[in-house]
Design a protein around this ligand. Structure first.
Ligand code: AHR
Length: 338
């Protein structure tokens, strides 16, 4: 009986909440899953960054499907790339007393106050995909997502190996290996980690130089614009390290328009492993694709269930990720689903 009353109260809050947040932050419609399970009574507030890439759309779908499959009510808020919208959404989740908050912080900084409010309200917080920098680490229960430092290192190792001959000749030729970096969103943990891992590997190899590094905000359109710019500035670019596939695909378009051959005239290493990037790898237009796994929904929902039950969860959990090289048997790669 008490349980029923709680459930009715919760459902009422959710209806009001959904109406409110659709005005505040543009909530996405809750996707109906083919396998909607019996209601678990758990309500999770999920603050997503937006829909800037195929990766992001897949990640949203993964969380929505997993919630539906476990009978978890998901209150989904799309922040449309604005931190202020995320903070508003988190405050709404707190006001309507969801059981757990799961959120993907667009940038690392600026979360201390709102997370303190969540703690004061007794709502556990799960951080996913991107990390945060807070003075008090106990303001969130744990993190689950991908290892961006490793992704950057994998990119660096590929470049190191790919240019082995050229770098061994450097002492006589004095020919540098010129790299362009298409940086993700400024201040985001994934862009910071990828850049750091990449530099860590190339450090101690003076034959490499990053001649151009700018943020394309993980957007295909900006990847294209940046490529038009750097191709106009330099005619001796050896390689591109792109923080995501969207920007790589935009850059490939600009490279081809310039009459150059992506993957041959300019080596390309890219992160995400969406289907279009794998297709470009097969076509020889990309040389290495590093997976950033977006299908974290089932793990996120399992962790949310544990938090709702008052359990502790691991502080840090990375998901499995692969690297696809041009030299692999590419026929073995399964369809990516994003
Ligand atoms: O945070 C993960 C990154 O964000 C993905 O690499 C990118 O495609 C996305 O938009």
């Amino acid at each position: 009986m008490i349980h029923d009353k709680n459930r009715i109260r919760k459902l009422f809050r959710i209806i009001i909440f959904t109406i409110l947040t659709s005005c505040l932050v543009g909530c996405g419609a809750q996707k109906k899953s083919f396998s909607q399970a019996e209601d678990s009574g758990i309500i999770v507030g999920f603050s997503q960054i937006g829909a800037e890439s195929a990766w992001r759309t897949c990640n949203t779908r993964s969380v929505q499907d997993a919630a539906a499959e476990r009978g978890v009510q998901l209150v989904y808020a799309n922040a449309e790339q604005k931190q202020e919208n995320q903070i508003k959404a988190l405050r709404s989740f707190i006001a309507y007393q969801v059981d757990v908050i799961a959120f993907i912080p667009i940038v690392t900084d600026g979360w201390d106050n709102v997370l303190q409010e969540a703690r004061d309200a007794g709502i556990p917080v799960l951080v996913t995909d991107r990390k945060i920098d807070v003075a008090d680490q106990s303001l969130y229960a744990g993190f689950i997502g991908t290892d961006s430092l490793k992704e950057g290192r994998d990119a660096g190792l590929f470049i190191l190996n790919k240019f082995k001959d050229k770098r061994e000749r450097f002492a006589e030729t004095n020919e540098y290996i010129n790299i362009v970096e298409l940086f993700g969103t400024e201040g985001s943990s994934v862009a910071i980690g990828r850049a750091e891992g990449f530099r860590e590997v190339l450090k101690g190899h003076p034959e490499f130089r990053i001649v151009y590094s700018k943020s394309g905000d993980f957007l295909r359109s900006k990847g294209y614009e940046l490529a038009v710019e750097f191709l106009g500035m330099y005619d001796d670019i050896d390689a591109i390290f792109s923080h995501n596939d969207g920007m790589s695909l935009g850059a490939i378009e600009a490279i081809e328009e310039r009459g150059l051959r992506p993957g041959t005239d300019i080596v390309i290493v890219t992160i995400d492993a969406q289907q279009a990037a794998i297709d470009a790898l097969r076509a020889g237009k990309v040389n290495c694709v590093i997976e950033c796994n977006p299908k974290t929904g089932p793990e996120i929902i399992k962790l949310a269930e544990r938090l709702a039950a008052g359990e502790n969860i691991p502080r840090l959990q990375y998901v499995h990720e692969e690297v696809f090289y041009e030299t692999d048997d590419l026929s073995l790669i399964e369809p990516r689903g994003y």
